[in-house]
Design a protein around this ligand. Structure first.
Ligand SMILES: NC(=[NH2+])NCCC[C@H](N)C(=O)O
Length: 224
C-alpha cells in the first residue's frame, strides 16, 4: 500500500496536539486516518513549526500538510489544496472584562502564531495593534494569562477550547470571516501538481462526509 506522510504543528487542540504518550492526536489526525483507510494507504504524522510546513512540503520532506490550515488565495499559489474539510472563522480572546470590543484592541499587544492567517490579517487590517509573534499558540495563551499580552487571535474552534479550559478568559467581538484572509475552509495542502493524491483525497472526503464518518469524528472533538 501507498504511504502518505502527513505533517502538522501539534499544539492546536482540538485539531492536533501531542498526548501524554507523546502521540499526535486530534480531529485532523482522526480524519486523515479515515481518509487513508478509504484509499488503502498507510499514514504517518510528524510535528514541526507551523511556518515551516509549506516550505518543507515543497522540499518533499512529507507529502501532505493537515494543520487546521485555511485554504487562501495566497497559499494556493504555493500549494494544491483538497476540498474544504471544515468551515472556519477567527476570534479574539482576552482576559475577562479587560477588552470591550475589537476597536478597544487599538494600541494593545495581540499574540498570533508565526505563519498563520491570523498574523497576516492583523498585519494588513489592524495596523493599530502591536502584533506579538509566537512559535506556538500554547505560549501565546500562557502570556495572555500572565498579562504579558492583551489578547490572542486564533481559529474560533480553538479559541472555544481555550475558553473551556480557562474561565478567566473571554472572547472579544464577533467572529472574523474575511474570505480573502481566512479562505473557504480548512484544507489538506499538497505539492503543486500532485493532482493524483488530490483526486484520491477528495474522493475519500466525499465518501466520509456522505457516510457519517466525518460527523462522528466531528462530534468526538467538537461536542463536549
Ligand atoms: N496547527 C496549527 N498550529 N495551526 C494553525 C492554523 C492557523 C490558521 N487556521 C491558518 O491557517 O493559518
Amino acid at each position: 500500500a501507498q504511504t502518505i506522510r502527513f505533517a502538522t504543528e501539534a499544539s492546536y487542540p482540538p485539531f492536533e496536539f501531542v498526548d501524554a504518550d507523546n502521540k499526535i492526536q486530534g480531529f485532523d489526525v482522526d480524519l486523515a486516518n479515515a481518509l487513508c483507510k478509504e484509499i488503502d494507504a498507510t499514514c504517518t504524522f510528524t510535528n514541526q513549526a507551523f511556518d515551516s510546513l509549506i516550505p518543507s512540503l515543497k522540499f518533499r520532506r512529507f507529502d501532505a500538510v493537515m494543520a487546521g490550515m485555511d485554504i487562501t488565495p495566497d497559499r494556493e499559489k504555493q500549494v494544491l489544496f483538497t476540498q474544504p474539510y471544515y468551515d472556519n472563522s477567527a476570534l479574539f480572546i482576552a482576559q475577562k472584562g479587560k477588552v470591550a470590543d475589537i476597536a478597544a484592541l487599538k494600541g494593545k499587544r495581540v499574540g498570533v502564531q508565526n505563519g498563520t492567517t491570523h498574523q497576516t490579517y492583523l498585519t494588513d487590517k489592524q495596523g493599530e495593534v502591536t502584533i506579538v509573534p509566537y512559535d506556538s499558540y500554547q505560549n501565546a495563551i500562557l502570556d495572555l494569562k500572565n498579562g504579558r499580552i492583551d489578547a490572542v487571535f486564533g481559529d474560533t474552534a480553538v479559541v472555544n477550547e481555550w475558553l473551556k479550559q480557562n474561565p478567566g478568559l473571554a472572547s472579544v467581538g464577533e467572529k472574523v470571516t474575511d474570505k480573502a484572509y481566512f479562505g473557504t475552509g480548512l484544507g489538506i495542502a499538497l505539492r503543486l501538481g500532485n493532482s493524483e493524491l488530490q483526486g484520491k483525497l477528495n474522493a475519500a472526503l466525499d465518501k466520509v462526509k456522505a457516510d457519517g464518518r466525518w460527523k462522528t469524528i466531528y462530534q468526538k472533538w467538537f461536542q463536549q
